[in-house]
Design a protein around this ligand. Structure first.
Ligand SMILES: [Zn+2]
Length: 245
């Protein structure tokens, strides 16, 4: 293929822009916060799950307290009724003795029920503290998730802006390059990302290998407007002032 050397040099400039676009795309796809965000999301999810379980446990224990309070209240009311009847002194001595006996039984029963209620309340206190801890952990994890999302959005925005700038330069430059040369460039680029490389000394800057004497002689012999490729990597090898030819 033939193309003026100046046209070939343009490929090197185009390649710089394309390489920059590739780098930006790679950075956009691999933002440094992505891994941390995935971890923070997992932490937030499990903290929320624990929090929901703790909430259920607290609701359950609160129902237990209500039931326990109702039990105590029932015994208290019954004792109050018996005491009233006893204080009124109505009925036979045997009746009154029976009432007194029941009052003693109720007092013991009330004491047991109150102990139970106290135990439940202590358990409720522990469960509420647990819930508090999980709620704080879930909130903290959500804050972390938001911070990371914000940081990623800021980085993405910056990279998108730079990408737009570079893409616009590329759009301006591409039409100034010989169509056939550009097609060849695009074909190689689709295969290996880098399509055009400078010849620095005897080294192809695409694959980094030094050309052997016969390849170098072949390139030396080729006219300036002949498009040559690296024998090692197949990329368009562009001769510049720094080339050893
Ligand atoms: Zn090469």
């Amino acid at each position: 293929m033939k193309a003026e050397l100046q046209q070939q040099w343009k490929l090197l400039d185009l390649q710089k822009l394309d390489t920059r676009l590739d780098q930006i795309d790679h950075r956009l796809a691999n933002l440094p916060q992505a891994k941390e965000l995935a971890e923070a999301k997992a932490t937030a999810d499990s903290a929320t799950e624990e929090m929901v379980l703790a909430q259920t446990a607290v609701s359950d224990v609160e129902r237990e307290i209500s039931r326990s309070e109702a039990d105590v209240e029932q015994v208290r009311e019954r004792a109050a009724r018996n005491r009233k009847r006893l204080d009124a002194g109505q009925g036979t001595a045997k009746d009154l003795q029976a009432l007194q006996h029941e009052l003693d039984t109720l007092a013991r029963r009330q004491s047991v029920l109150e102990d139970t209620e106290l135990e439940i309340m202590e358990r409720a206190e522990e469960l509420r503290e647990r819930l508090d801890g999980f709620t704080k952990a879930a909130d903290a994890a959500e804050v972390k998730v938001k911070e990371l999302k914000d940081a990623m959005a800021a980085d993405s925005k910056q990279l998108d802006a730079e990408r737009a700038q570079v893409a616009s330069k590329r759009a301006d430059m591409a039409p100034t390059i010989n169509a056939e040369l550009l097609t060849e460039y695009d074909r190689i680029r689709a295969r290996s990302g880098v399509a055009a490389a400078a010849l620095h000394g005897r080294r192809c800057m695409g694959c980094g290998l030094e050309l052997n004497a016969s390849d170098l002689a072949r390139i030396k012999a080729a006219s300036a407007d002949t498009v040559v490729n690296c024998d090692e990597c197949g990329r368009i090898l562009v001769r510049t002032a720094e080339s050893d030819v």
